[in-house]
Design a protein around this ligand. Structure first.
Ligand SMILES: Cc1cc2nc3c(=O)[nH]c(=O)nc-3n(C[C@H](O)[C@H](O)[C@H](O)COP(=O)(O)OP(=O)(O)OC[C@H]3O[C@@H](n4cnc5c(N)ncnc54)[C@H](O)[C@@H]3O)c2cc1C
Ligand SMILES: Cc1cc2nc3c(=O)[nH]c(=O)nc-3n(C[C@H](O)[C@H](O)[C@H](O)COP(=O)(O)O)c2cc1C
Length: 773
């Protein structure tokens, strides 16, 4: 095969040498516009895992890199006068020049033709090539020629950064956060050879401009950074790599994805590789790793399919299929990390204490979890667990075992929960005339025995016409109150769990069938009239609701208050007002469902007016020592709908009206929604509201193991974690998760105690793997 790599960065050089090594008969050329052994940049980092992967493919390159690289394990964080350190993070730092020199030398050794100082304008300049690798970096000319085919999507991110160097040496990957009169700056610092460290300075556009850095030349920018970071520089000077654009100015990071990675140009197959295909923010330092792993994967596919020209289409399809998934995974993690640095000043730096700030920083990509931190640095993590437990009011023996964050108590008003796990409200559609029955007693009773600190009853309706389905629970009469009391009394007398009531009104989503008979579908018969903020149906075949009149509003508000009074008599510990999922109050909050032109629609203030009137009326009768939570759809996932920024505005209004917690859900407001699901997918909303609005939050959605809950609580992304579907699958979810992480101190119900040790032992045996024969 004749292979031409356009661009001699890590991607082009490494692929070139791997293919030549696979089969010396291949004719491989790498064309680079710069001079040999001449390149821009300071250091790059990648993880130990990348090194292992490289070793498997070309031990010579890996050896040369290992001799030249700087390995370090520690991360140090400086903020607000504190200097904190953790170990076990395994990074490799190497000068970009050094890395490229190693790759160039290895190319020469294997017989790859290196052409320097040639600017390539088009892939068509190589008519004999069977395969053209577009490894020409983020501003790839080749990719630009085939915009229609490759479908590139470049998003310029808001932060400004400048890539500098210094001769001051650091023995840890160092993050330094400094506040000026306009806001926060951060430096990402790492040593990459015996005399130099990379020093990237980053801030937001507003702060960048407030300091006049948009008008500053390079010398002034450097002087500014030297002064700001003088403590960590300790007399060291900053340097710019002025010859290269990247080092010379403050830039915005461009996040690139491509819809397709290969194209046949009529004479050659052209394929994107490295930064030409995708970028990953330096916040997790993986751009070079991705480039090298692209090269490895394409080589691997040639090995699998055969390195002949007729196999190229299949090889390229397989390469793209495999890499698209891996790259998306890294890009997601990089995006989380990048977004963390974009909001760190406004969200975390001022509000979190240094210890928790550091935990949040370490878990910023959401790929490193609580248990992962334990593997890296057990002592640091256990000290942190003790610190967190002390903040939660537990006095631990300094030499005794720590308590994981999800098992610390939580106090809000006069309510103390034994742990941070909540059974999320889940409609069971199993009531008749809204009255709880034996199903509900067993359903809630068994979960209360299962270890959660708090159970929420399903959405409980404030009047017959407030129900979603004829099977929904209610609290509009004494019979219902008495039946509820039997369940709540059982929970209170038999377990340490607390019991909350979620009250709501279905609005335009009412009068529908039981979930398993056709969710959201109107009843075959016996429909009741619906009300909503505006006369808009949920689906095209849904009943059209009536836009609420002021009299309707008064009646429904009175129903909420009456239900609240009954909830006091029943003995519930906490109330949750359901303002999410497209039900009545939620429809007031979303511009998609509220088209009112009176004072109850048209602005945030107007949209929230009725939900707040209801909330205040409830708060006025609900005991002062008992908390109230509000469930919000923090994202409508629909064009023109609410976003987390709107949710933050509403959360602030509810906070000011006396709400204690916001339960951060999303969606179900519009049938047009396009939610982006995934592990912990709604947790960023809880994080934003908690740390920007300053209200306690409940995270919910795809939180399925203790490790998730511990990571969320420990990082201060939420105060409580609500678990829904896993509680349907496992009544004793909390007790079982405690056992899975090896925590023995959590009490089981005395009646079940004899099962505890056996359960823990079996888990330990399963974790140890199969026994030898
Ligand atoms: C501030 C910052 C810090 C970073 N830190 C890290 C880090 O710590 N770890 C990490 O892994 N990554 C890091 N990166 C990213 C990393 O630099 C890239 O992801 C990586 O270099 C991609 O390799 P590549 O071969 O795809 O592209 P590049 O390294 O960009 O190489 C492309 C090559 O093509 C050449 N070229 C371009 N156009 C033409 C043309 N028309 N004709 C001929 N030649 C051409 C260029 O001269 C260049 O040599 C960082 C990036 C930035 C901006
Ligand atoms: C069967 C079922 C019924 C639900 N009913 C309600 C409800 O009554 N009120 C509510 O706010 N959310 C309800 N939800 C949403 C859950 O409370 C939770 O937000 C959602 O399932 C995501 O959490 P999970 O990933 O842990 O399941 C329901 C979810 C399920 C699966």
């Amino acid at each position: 095969m004749r292979i031409v790599c356009i661009g001699g960065g890590p991607a082009g050089l490494y692929f070139g040498l791997l293919m030549k090594k696979e089969n010396p008969v291949h004719h491989v050329t790498v064309v680079e516009r710069n001079r040999p052994y001449d390149t821009f940049g300071w250091g790059v980092v990648f993880s130990d895992a990348t090194m292992e992967n490289m070793r498997a493919w070309d031990a010579e390159t890996a050896d040369a890199i290992e001799t030249a690289f700087n390995h370090w394990d520690d991360i140090e964080v400086l903020i607000k006068g504190r200097r904190m350190r953790t170990t076990g993070h395994g990074f490799v730092g190497i000068g970009r020049k050094k890395l490229l020199n190693i790759l160039q030398a290895r190319c020469e050794e294997l017989g790859v033709e290196l052409v320097f100082e040639r600017e390539v304008d088009s892939d068509l300049e190589f008519p004999d090539a069977d395969l053209v690798i577009a490894s020409d970096g983020i501003n790839s000319k080749i990719r630009s020629r085939y915009q229609v085919e490759f479908k590139p999507d470049m998003v310029m991110r808001p932060n400004r950064f400048v890539w500098l160097g210094t001769n001051k040496l650091y023995d840890a990957f160092t993050f330094d956060f400094r506040r000026t009169e306009h806001g926060w700056f951060q430096a990402h610092i790492y040593k990459f050879d015996q005399s130099t460290s990379t020093f990237i300075v980053e801030t937001t556009e507003d702060i960048f401009k407030a300091h006049g850095l948009d008008q500053a030349d390079e010398a002034r920018s450097i002087a500014f950074c030297e002064e700001l970071f003088s403590e960590v520089l300790d007399g060291g000077k900053l340097m710019s790599n002025a010859r290269h654009l990247r080092g010379s100015a403050w830039l915005n990071f461009g996040r690139l994805t491509c819809g397709k990675w290969s194209h046949f140009n009529g004479q050659s197959h052209v394929v994107l590789m490295g930064d030409a295909a995708h970028t990953a923010h330096f916040a997790i330092g993986s751009g070079t790793k991705l480039a090298l792993e692209d090269a490895i994967e394409l080589t691997k596919q040639f090995r699998a399919f055969g390195g002949t020209t007729d196999k190229i289409p299949e090889v390229l399809a397989a390469y793209e299929e495999v890499r698209a998934v891996d790259v998306a995974r890294i890009q997601n993690a990089a995006r989380n990390a990048m977004e963390w640095f974009e909001v760190v000043g406004s969200r975390y730096a001022d509000t979190l204490e240094p210890e928790q700030f550091m935990y949040s920083l370490l878990t910023r990509s959401q790929r490193i979890s609580h248990e992962n931190l334990r593997l890296r640095d057990k002592k640091w993590l256990e000290d942190y667990e003790r610190w967190f437990a002390a903040r939660a009011g537990i006095n631990l023996d300094p030499d005794g075992p720590p308590v994981p964050p999800m098992f610390t108590p939580y106090r809000v008003r006069g309510l103390t929960l034994a742990n941070r796990i909540v059974m999320s409200p889940m409609a069971m559609y199993s009531a008749k005339d809204g009255v709880p029955n034996d199903f509900h007693l067993v359903h809630f009773g068994s979960r209360a025995l299962g270890g959660a600190g708090l159970l929420f009853g399903e959405m409980t309706c404030v009047s017959p016409d407030a129900r979603i389905t004829p099977g929904c629970l209610g609290l509009w009469n004494d019979e219902q109150a008495a039946a509820w009391k039997r369940i709540v009394d059982f929970v209170h007398t038999t377990t340490s769990a607390k019991f909350g009531l979620q009250i709501g009104h279905a609005g335009r989503k009412g009068s529908t069938r039981l979930a398993w008979e056709g969710i959201d579908q109107p009843l075959d018969e016996g429909n009741w009239p619906l009300i909503s903020a505006s006369a808009l149906p949920y689906m095209s075949n849904s009943q059209v609701p009536r836009a609420m009149t002021l009299a309707d509003m008064d009646r429904v508000k009175a129903d909420f208050v009456a239900a609240t009074k009954r909830a006091i008599e029943v003995g519930f510990d906490i109330l949750e007002v359901h303002c999410a999922h497209g039900y009545l109050l939620s429809c007031f909050l979303s511009p998609l469902t509220n088209r009112r032109t009176d004072e109850y629609g048209g602005s945030h203030e107007n949209n929230a007016r009725y939900p707040l009137e209801v909330f205040r009326a409830i708060r006025a009768v609900w005991p002062q020592d008992k908390p109230i939570s509000v469930r919000l759809s923090c994202h409508d996932w629909t064009e023109g709908g609410n976003t987390p920024a709107d949710a933050a505005i509403y959360a602030k209004m509810f906070k000011d009206a006396g709400a204690d917690l916001v339960d951060c859900s999303s969606g179900q407001v519009s049938k047009e929604e396009k939610p982006v699901y995934g592990r912990l997918f709604q947790t960023p909303f809880a994080d934003k509201l908690r740390n920007e609005v300053g209200i306690a939050t409940v995270a919910v959605g795809a939180i399925s193991e203790a490790d998730h809950a511990n990571s969320i609580i420990a990082a201060g992304r939420a105060d409580l974690c609500a678990i829904a579907r896993p509680h349907l699958a496992d009544t004793a979810w909390t007790l079982h998760e405690a056992a899975k992480i090896g925590l023995k101190s959590v009490a089981w119900p005395k009646q079940y105690l004899s099962a505890k040790l056996q359960y823990e032992t079996n888990l330990a045996r399963a974790a140890a793997g199969p026994r030898p024969n």
